[in-house]
Design a protein around this ligand. Structure first.
Ligand code: 13P
Length: 323
């Protein structure tokens, strides 16, 4: 049934507001959204389960859908699901996207200069912080290098580097960034942990000791469910079945070490591939995108509500102090 559009939509909130409510207790799912189906799935899951969320838009998503289309979809979703508490974040931005984002409806931007040397990362992050803060927009920065594939960037494992805890403190002091993405063993994409190493809690613990009460961000947090990979392959896919993602237990444990934001993209792509491959395999005579699209929205919503439960954020919207 078509939903009524309410004019009482929530304005996007700052992630800092969410972090001051959740630190050490639960984490906010930050979900990369590319399409209309994903926008519905995410907002309806958040509203129906009373969960605060961060909607993430990447340069690749902006390139695919168009920056104006993406932000218009966020605004429409906020009207269709008016009780949702959400922040709008630019994921893995560089200066050109940040310039546009801080003049648009974003409440948060990430400057990813993690591939530069320390001094250059500091310099670029500091400049972005100055500009963004003047518009009351918060900044996530990154120190350390994650391996894996994130949109058009691919980093192999030999170039990955854990975040140095002492440097992390210096970096935050020098730049004034509001949250820090740390490299503690996760990687982007569907092929994480093929070496079976998992999250490096000894590194995370040291970072938290250096930066107590400071919000940390976990990139590469998808669970890469083996059952999903098996089904994708069963219906014609050719994905590596040996890879695994971050376990639910690791995510829960990471929260007590200061992880406030948990980035998820891959799991929803895998879900898309599963739903569409299965649908067209079982019904090869159909060709209408709307039918599997609807199935994807339902499966997406279900998946996100389960993630919110794991992250402890389900039901927390009512207790967020928005002042
Ligand atoms: P995944 O590839 O594990 O979903 O991570 C996404 C991410 O970190 C986006 O910034």
């Amino acid at each position: 049934m078509e939903k009524e559009i309410s004019s009482n939509k929530m304005k996007p909130v700052s992630p800092s507001t969410l972090y001051s409510n959740c630190y050490g207790k639960y984490a906010i799912a930050a979900v990369n959204v590319f399409t209309m189906e994903q926008m519905h799935g995410l907002f309806s899951a958040a509203q129906d389960s009373a969960t605060p969320i961060i909607v993430q838009l990447t340069p690749a998503a902006r390139n695919y859908a168009h920056p104006k289309m993406l932000i218009a979809m966020v605004e429409a979703a906020a009207e269709i699901y008016p009780k949702t508490i959400y922040a709008v974040h630019l994921d893995h931005g560089v200066e050109e996207h940040i310039e546009d984002a801080i003049n648009s409806r974003y409440t948060s931007v990430m400057i990813d200069a993690s591939h530069d040397d320390f001094n250059n990362n500091v310099k670029r992050t500091k400049a972005v912080v100055k500009k963004a803060h003047s518009k009351k927009i918060v900044v996530e920065a990154e120190l350390g290098v994650l391996s894996g594939v994130e949109d058009d960037l691919s980093i192999d494992e030999s170039h990955a580097r854990y975040t140095d805890p002492a440097q992390a403190k210096e970096f935050v002091q020098l730049t004034g960034c509001d949250s820090l993405a740390v490299a503690v063993g996760t990687s982007h994409g569907a092929y994480k942990f093929s070496g079976g190493k998992g999250l490096q809690f000894h590194v995370l613990e040291k970072i938290q000791n250096e930066l107590p009460d400071y919000p940390l961000v976990l990139h590469g947090s998808s669970s890469v469910n083996k059952k999903e990979i098996t089904e994708i392959n069963q219906y014609g896919g050719k994905l590596n079945g040996n890879a695994s993602g971050v376990t639910d237990e690791e995510l829960k444990k990471a929260i007590s070490y200061g992880i406030c934001k948990v980035n998820i993209a891959t799991d929803l792509r895998l879900l898309w591939a599963k739903v569409f491959r299965k649908f067209f395999h079982e019904q090869p005579d159909l060709f209408d995108p709307v039918i599997p699209g609807k199935e994807y929205m339902i499966a997406y919503k279900q998946f996100m509500i389960e993630r919110f439960e794991i992250l402890g954020s389900k039901g927390k919207a009512a207790s967020i102090n928005l002042n």
